[in-house]
Design a protein. Structure first.
Length: 317
């Protein structure tokens, strides 16, 4: 899909929502030896979720990591951790990150429906197509080529939505098959929300096309205004071609809060100066291989610098 020239964005039709990254993996939110107050354990995260909920945050996003890697030596599984946070809060919506290829959509649909009922309609999923090759190969699962991973994710979302909204669901796909499958109970149905919201990320052309065709939300990382504008235009064009309403958009940002801008910039310099060099370089090698493996060279982290990768979702760009 050709890039679209940047043009002013219209005012959003929906109010601005705030979300935060759940630190359910060790190592904090930056790959640095600087002292951090976050903790990957449940007790800390339960209190953080309640604090966020009581201060206007609407969403929380749990991370998914299966192997000790790149500064994250310990990890809590995202769907179970998300359910625990849902049960500890009253209004917060929690988005669980999942990998097609390591989950079957029917199994996730069952878990998601139960979590949705237990939380009165606050469960959501983030479908992650995958960047960490060794997580798949260590579990004996095939590592697909970049665009094939997105093709599998699109089929995964199609299956998930059919199971959540249809009885006797059918799908004859290349990766998943459904044969007269009916899920009961279906997830909680709320006005404007027939099933748990489906999020995705990715900067590549394949990711943008998938977002336009099947996703409810699209996360963007590490792009300036013109880059984000281009992504939104591409995704809206893909949605129009598919005859559907475009997804909503989310932007990843990383805030350093100090009394003055000078103090904040000093802290940023300290974070980068005290980076865990081995972890950042290892992470960079893994993710940039994934980002650069696209047909057109567009992808997550394809041009990220060492400094960018100290916050591993390009939060400092």
């Amino acid at each position: 899909m050709p890039a679209h020239p940047a043009k002013p964005l219209q005012h959003p039709a929906q109010p601005l929502h705030f979300a935060y990254w759940v630190p359910n993996v060790s190592g904090g939110l930056v790959t640095s030896t600087i002292a951090q107050r976050t903790d990957w354990g449940y007790d800390y995260n339960r209190e953080l979720a309640r604090l966020a909920e009581n201060n206007g945050f609407e969403y929380a996003l749990t991370q998914v990591r299966y192997l000790a890697s790149y500064g994250a030596e310990y990890q809590h599984e995202s769907t179970g951790f998300s359910l625990a946070l849902l049960l500890a809060t009253e209004r917060l919506k929690v988005i669980a990150a999942v990998h097609p290829g390591l989950w079957h959509p029917g199994v996730l649909a069952k878990f998601g429906a139960t979590a949705d009922h237990l939380s009165h309609g606050r469960f959501a999923v983030n479908v992650v197509s995958g960047w960490f090759k060794r997580e798949f190969t260590a579990l004996g699962e095939p590592w697909l080529e970049h665009d094939e991973r997105y093709r599998r994710s699109e089929e995964f979302i199609t299956a998930l939505r059919r199971i959540w909204t249809e009885d006797h669901a059918e799908l004859a796909g290349d990766f998943y098959r459904l044969r007269d499958f009916s899920l009961k109970p279906k997830p909680v149905q709320l006005p404007g929300r027939p099933h748990p919201e489906i999020f995705q990320g990715g900067n590549s052309t394949a990711a943008r096309r998938m977002a336009g065709r099947v996703s409810d939300w699209y996360f963007s990382n590490g792009r300036d205004f013109d880059g984000v504008t281009e992504q939104i235009a591409d995704i809206r064009a893909a949605a129009a071609e598919a005859g559907r309403t475009p997804p909503k958009f989310g932007l990843n940002g990383f805030l350093i809060a100090r009394d003055t801008e000078a103090e904040a910039r000093d802290t940023l310099r300290e974070i980068v100066a005290r980076a865990d060099t081995r972890a950042v370089e290892g992470f960079g090698a893994a993710v940039q291989q994934a980002g650069r493996s696209t047909a057109d060279g567009k992808g997550m982290w394809e041009d990220s610098s060492f400094e960018d990768l100290v916050q591993y979702n390009d939060g400092f760009r």
